[in-house]
Write a protein of this length. Structure first.
Length: 301
């Protein structure tokens, strides 16, 4: 099989980003991030946006889909999908190898399983029309057209349901620019559950020491609301609750630590589901460069 993409996936805190960067350096590649929160400008510590990871021996490895949008703006599956193909095209034009790296299962799935997503013209009159209907009516209209929802965040509030409904009901849709057939070679990074839990807890302590609370304060100062921060979940949700004095510092740490462990388990559930669908994931123990390099050499070159 002629692969045109290498995907490095795995749960949080297993070291997949640095591995992907080292591999991109070795195989003349660039990174496309598949992280639903690293797209936001100013959300650095809480999302683990360690940009130093993208430097190898003093050389900057190019990355895409990081720091592309303000936290108050909407970023969704379609935005990711569209920008992925723009980045993929740009990397190919330079005769480089694209590496997709991240832990957002839905984003990875949309590329590897070749979702058929299209761009929609959001007509103002139709938005006004739909706005007059109540939330439950809109939801039932959406489920009538699209019984299976890929993205459950599309049904959490009225605005999102309207947007999803317009996507579903629009017949004349524009094709995604630079869309091409993807054949991805997938490498999964795993560690024992106890090791992942230990790494998550240590990393959380470090992030709190290194200014994560101050980062959230700065986002608030720059006009990001408490409600919006809570939508981002995990670090931003629990630090926001702490800053609102709804929980103590200790409670914030404990609740957040548990939530990240649960998130990590959900990520693995996604990857197992992908495997059950027939997606081949070549699992390696930890971010083992030599093992990953050997897999790529054997299967791509």
């Amino acid at each position: 099989m002629n692969y045109n993409l290498v995907t490095i996936l795995g749960p949080t805190a297993v070291g997949k980003t640095r591995l992907a960067v080292l591999l991109a350096n070795q195989f003349n590649g660039e990174i496309i991030s598949a992280d639903s929160r690293q797209v936001y400008i100013g959300m650095d510590i809480g999302t683990g946006k360690d940009l130093n990871d993208y430097i190898v021996d003093g050389k900057q490895i190019n990355y895409h889909l990081i720091d592309v949008i303000h936290p108050n703006d909407e970023f969704n599956l379609f935005e990711f999908y569209k920008k992925f193909f723009e980045a993929f095209y740009s990397i190919n034009q330079k005769n480089k190898l694209p590496f997709l790296c991240g832990g957002t299962g839905l984003y990875l799935h949309s590329i590897i399983k070749d979702y058929n997503l299209s761009e929609v013209d959001f007509n103002h009159d139709r938005i006004e029309q739909l706005n007059k209907l109540d939330f439950e009516t809109l939801k039932s209209m959406l489920y009538k057209i699209q019984p299976k929802q890929h993205n459950t965040t599309d049904i959490i509030n009225k605005e999102r349901v309207i947007r999803a409904l317009m996507v579903a009901e629009q017949s004349e849709q524009k094709e995604v620019k630079y869309k091409t057939k993807i054949k991805s070679f997938n490498i999964g990074v795993f560690l024992e559950r106890e090791e992942v839990k230990k790494r998550i807890t240590e990393r959380l302590k470090m992030r709190l020491q290194n200014g994560m609370i101050e980062e959230v304060e700065k986002l608030l100062h720059n006009g990001v609301s408490f409600e919006r921060l809570e939508q981002f979940g995990l670090e931003y949700k629990f630090v926001a609750k702490y800053l609102k004095k709804e929980i103590t510092h200790q409670e914030m740490f404990e609740k957040l630590n548990i939530a990240i462990h649960q998130f990590s388990k959900r990520q693995m559930t996604w990857f197992r589901k992908m495997e059950r669908e027939g997606i081949k994931i070549n699992w390696i123990h930890g971010p083992n460069f030599n093992e990953a390099e050997e897999l790529i050499l054997r299967n791509l070159f």
